[in-house]
Design a binder for this molecule. Structure first.
Ligand code: NAD
Length: 248
């Protein structure tokens, strides 16, 4: 097992990518502390999984999560919120909400977690392809996700003497429940999907488990020389310069 006896804290685990990451980490032998604002009580679920109510934007919640674990070998900063609104209509409240969850919390929780890693460890930040290219209406999200990459590189360098590795994953389009719900609202999903597939060389959506497997690898000693990396897991999306849709 990749993560036998490792103690790992994962944020944003109630659904989506974070739920898959927690599941793969448990399967690989880790003791997993799952933090999400959707949990209503602290409880143990099975032998190797704890659920902790936590809003990552609240410092006291983050401190409670760190105190709940005996020590840490790994941290996955996964909790995140996306947001689409024209730039000229975006309020500073909108901006602060996204930045607090998607960037500030990553900074603060990593700081708290690194202090709880006496034997070194591995930190994985779930960024996005938005860290590499922008989308109209997503300025706060794009800024936050690009910021996560800067933080990842800076901390990879600074924490290397403590034997702590820090890496980022930039997923492309993932088939989470939110995506399935969105598709269900569209009368004719085929042209919509065709549009997306023309922008994804593998012409498919990515499953949350595929991101989880990569995360488990980065958390494990098999990734021992990898630090400061931003690994795109996007089915080729950011490798393609122009869409394969017929030119009009
Ligand atoms: N889904 C995609 O296509 C995609 C692509 C690239 C990157 N990402 C990134 O992957 C991560 C997970 O995305 P997802 O699609 O699984 O999202 P999701 O919305 O399905 O799940 C996010 C989880 O985070 C939790 N969460 C949100 N805000 C929180 C807060 N303040 N405190 C604690 N928990 C909070 C939610 O309750 C939920 O369980 C995010 O950082 C997102 O930006 C997603």
């Amino acid at each position: 097992m990749l993560l036998a006896n490792r103690v790992i804290l994962v944020t944003g685990t109630a659904r989506g990518i974070g739920a898959a990451i927690a599941e793969v980490c448990v399967r690989e032998g880790a003791l997993v502390y799952c933090a999400d604002r959707d949990y209503t009580a602290t409880r143990q679920v099975g032998e190797r999984r704890w659920e902790l109510p936590c809003d990552v934007a609240r410092d006291e919640d983050l401190q409670r999560c760190i105190a709940a674990a005996p020590r840490l070998d790994g941290l996955v900063n996964n909790a995140g919120v996306n947001f689409l609104k024209p730039f000229l209509e975006t309020t500073m409240e909108d901006y602060d909400r996204v930045l607090n969850i998607d960037l500030r919390a990553v900074f603060r929780l990593t700081q708290l977690a690194a202090r709880a890693m006496p034997d070194g460890g591995s930190i994985v930040n779930i960024s996005s392809v938005h860290s590499l290219a922008g989308v109209p209406g997503a300025a706060p999200y794009d800024a936050a996700k690009a910021g996560v990459i800067g933080l990842t590189k800076s901390l990879a360098v600074e924490l290397a003497p403590m034997k702590i590795r820090v890496n980022a994953i930039s997923p492309g389009l993932i088939e989470t429940q939110i995506w399935r719900d969105l598709l269900a609202t569209i009368d004719e999903p085929k042209p919509y999907l065709d549009y997306w597939y023309s922008n994804i060389p593998q012409a498919r959506l990515i499953q949350p488990e595929e991101i989880a497997e990569l995360t488990a690898f980065l958390l494990s000693p098999r990734a021992s020389c990898i630090t400061g990396a931003n690994i795109t897991a996007d089915a080729g999306m950011t490798a393609q310069l122009v869409s394969r849709e017929p030119q009009v």
